[in-house]
Design a binder for this molecule. Structure first.
Ligand code: GLY
Length: 541
């Protein structure tokens, strides 16, 4: 743990790709606020980080203004109007791969509407100024980095995915390390969005072309789907942990309730006394994770369609009862843990960036195509990749999705519904000022990644760089396995096994537990932590 955080006295950007971080910092230095910078970074990542940055996906933006106002912009994709509950089952009732690969996997994209809404309500700079840098990067191109080229070499899942679709193959698989990747079709699409506004993507020429391509290729998204799509503002969730207020993501994210519920189980338990990285603290936190993910499997879905029992799930008495069931010495096998009894209802592959500006406004954005390079399809003539967010639904309630998550009826497919998400942009405040801004990609592991970085800073007093780089672990109830990143000592692993943990073998799993990006305000100095698991960059001034 030798890297130092990036420092800034005025403003800070942390993003998963350096060119996009540079775009954000330039907007801030030119007098843009954090929302302006976020919009510019979002468009830039669609060019420089096609693995997850996007026009064809969706996500969440959490905003806390310096005056304390907060909002959560939900631009999550929606199921097309012709979607149906069993659309991904074959005639024998078995799950197909259609929710993951190809045109039918795509939900109605939300990113362009989301950035449009954010800019219209909270931005200062002209819209065009925020898209110009992305157009430049697409038209003039940029050098393919080692990380980018490695994600696409022959034999990788991304290479196999993109090879299936001629336009994706042509654009992304013909460049190699050091080549300049130009994307003229994407530059033209961005230019239309700049000149005609976000509406072009949903009702104009872009919409017509996208709908026609869908029809020609068996996709479901029509012009009507695009016209009807709206990004919405929701009220963020709020809770407390120690001396901090935690402002986080409401449904259709499961992440905010997850963070608050797990922090609630940890608060007062004394788990932290064993120290960061100790078997005892890992065990206790993993048991809290196991209990939350059991609830996630049952109670969560799009709040516009199902009642998510948030008040019950966050009721201190309920959380105490979950805490009381944790045995500090032994695992509780997941088979013995059911989603909690709440009583009657009261009524591989995303990206994240954070920005704090010189006025103290803070923005955390997580947006995604779902899987790396989404469903693999680049829309011919438009130059952008499409999402496979339909796989975040419970395509068959009770059976695993791509992230091995078991999900319930509340997250079954319905026309116009948003799939449940784990994306968890989160902001902590202290004494009324922003203290920490964070979030992560990583599918089902996002929530646990965000949780651990909060714990590393708040409970283990790490600086933000150490906090994001520190080895992490993950438990999601089912499968009943504890995933450990490299760097957790063999002695610790042996103790965890002795407590009954089933340790997932490294060779069968992707050992990365989310790539968390974070900013901490340390008495006026902004410290940026760019996760060393990827090629992220933190920069301030
Ligand atoms: N697509 C990953 C998530 O939203 O959880």
């Amino acid at each position: 743990m030798a890297r130092q955080p990036a420092l800034g006295q005025h403003a800070m950007v942390v993003a998963q790709e350096p060119l996009a971080a540079d775009v954000g910092l330039a907007v801030l230095k030119a007098g843009g606020n954090a929302v302006d910078a976020a919009v510019a970074v979002g468009f830039a990542l669609a060019v420089t980080y096609p693995f997850a940055g996007n026009l064809g996906g969706g996500g969440f933006m959490l905003v806390r203004s310096a005056d304390g106002r907060t909002t959560f912009i939900d631009f999550r994709e929606k199921a097309p109007l012709s979607a149906s509950r069993n659309m991904y089952l074959d005639t024998g009732g078995k799950l197909t791969k259609d929710s993951i690969v190809g045109w039918r996997a795509c939900g109605v994209p939300g990113s362009v509407r989301g950035f449009g809404l954010a800019h219209q309500k909270y931005g200062h700079k002209p819209w065009a100024e925020l898209i110009d840098p992305a157009i430049q990067l697409a038209a003039a191109g940029y050098p393919v980095t080692y990380q980018f080229s490695q994600s696409l070499i022959a034999g990788t899942n991304s290479n196999k995915l993109l090879s299936q679709f001629p336009e994706s193959k042509r654009i992304f698989l013909s460049s190699h390390y050091g080549d300049t990747l130009t994307q003229p079709e994407l530059a033209a699409t961005l230019t239309r969005i700049r000149d005609k506004g976000p509406g072009d993507f949903y009702e104009g020429e872009i919409a017509h072309k996208l709908a026609a391509a869908m029809e020609a290729n068996g996709g479901l998204i029509t012009l009507d789907d695009l016209k009807q799509y709206q990004a919405v503002e929701r009220t963020p969730l709020r809770g407390h942990y120690r001396d901090y207020e935690v402002i986080t993501s409401p449904p259709p994210s499961s992440g905010g309730i997850g963070i608050l519920q797990m922090l609630g189980m940890l608060d007062g338990s004394g788990y932290e006394k064993a120290g960061a990285g100790s078997a005892a603290s890992i065990h206790y936190v993993a048991e809290a994770m196991r209990r939350f993910y059991a609830d996630r499997s049952e109670y969560f879905g799009d709040p516009d369609f199902v009642k998510v029992p948030g008040t019950k799930l966050l009721d201190p008495r309920y959380i105490s009862s979950r805490r009381a069931s944790i045995d500090v010495q032994h695992v509780t096998p997941s088979q013995q843990i059911r989603p909690g009894n709440l009583g009657p209802y009261e009524s591989t592959e995303t990206t994240h960036f954070n920005i704090v500006d010189s006025e103290g406004n803070a923005v955390a954005v997580t947006y995604t195509l779902n899987g790396g390079y989404g469903n693999g399809v680049t829309v011919p003539g438009l130059g952008f990749l499409l999402n496979n967010e339909m796989d975040d639904f419970a395509a068959k309630p009770g059976e695993e999705n791509m992230f091995h998550l078991i999900q319930g009826e509340a997250n079954a497919i319905q026309p116009g519904k948003r799939p449940l998400s784990s994306m968890t942009p989160t902001i902590l405040t202290h004494d009324g000022k922003v203290f920490m801004v964070l979030g992560a990609p990583g599918g089902s592991r996002i929530i646990n990644g965000v949780l651990q970085v909060i714990l590393n800073v708040v409970d283990f007093h790490m600086n933000v760089q150490d906090a994001v780089d520190w080895p992490r672990f993950h438990h999601q109830w089912m499968p009943d396995q504890l995933y450990l990143e490299k760097g957790i000592s063999p002695d610790t692993v042996a103790i965890l096994r002795g407590m009954g943990h089933k340790i997932a073998p490294y060779e069968n799993t992707n050992p990365v537990v989310a790539r968390v990006e974070a900013i901490v305000n340390d008495n006026g100095w902004l410290q940026g932590g760019a996760d060393g698991r990827g090629n992220a960059k933190a920069e301030g001034y």
